[in-house]
Design a protein around this ligand. Structure first.
Ligand code: AMP
Length: 185
């Protein structure tokens, strides 16, 4: 099964993607995590993206596609996964189009798109508690704006193309996971 999970920063998409990946034997592909690893390891890519992430802007589409392509198309026979869940990707229309092209060229399908919905006040409260480098109030505001302006519009396309499931992300972690699993089966 291949899934995409979308939601504003602080909606819990990383947590839910991790839980669903374990339950459904999916590879958890988080572009944010991959980028943060690159920053921590001080790779060339890491050096290029550090200030962009700290501001809460989006890193270049080309760079993100380089991370995504092998993760969604390359599988080894002994991999434990039976598909993938994309967390934090796509983030804008260009990335959504690039993903469509990539998947159709490999004849890969997406079985569902999960959208976690939360009120902005809940988001701000959750992120203040998490305290990542890009969780400062100013950066959070920018990340919420980027989500509304760039990411949410992808849903118009996805509603025409895929099964899109909207879930209330302000419930407890376990309840959100249960609801999603119920919707998928
Ligand atoms: P996340 O962990 O998904 O909240 O991502 C943290 C940060 O990494 C974002 O605010 C962006 O700066 C960057 N990032 C993650 N995924 C993407 C993506 N698909 N496209 C561009 N930038 C991304």
């Amino acid at each position: 099964m291949n899934l995409i999970i979308l939601g504003a920063p602080g909606s819990g998409k990383g947590t839910q993607a991790q839980a669903l990946a374990e339950k459904l034997k999916l590879r958890h592909v988080s572009t944010g995590e991959l980028l943060r690893e690159a920053v921590a390891k001080k790779t060339e890519i890491g050096k290029q993206v550090e200030s962009v992430i700290t501001k809460g802007d989006l890193v270049s589409d080309e760079l993100v596609m380089q991370l995504i392509e092998p993760a969604v198309t390359e599988f080894k026979p002994d991999d434990p996964w039976e598909g993938w869940i994309l967390d934090g990707f796509p983030r804008n229309g260009k990335q959504a189009d690039a993903l469509e092209d990539l998947l159709s060229s490999k004849r890969v399908t997406v079985e569902g798109v999960i959208v976690l919905e939360v009120d902005p006040e809940v988001v701000v409260d959750r992120l203040a508690k998490r305290g990542r480098d890009d969780d400062t109030p100013e950066t959070v505001r920018n990340r919420l704006e980027v989500y509304e302006a760039e990411t949410r519009p992808i849903l118009d396309l996805y509603e025409q193309r895929y099964d899109v499931y909207y879930v209330d992300g302000s419930q407890s972690i376990g309840d959100v996971t249960e609801e999603i699993l119920g919707l998928l089966t």
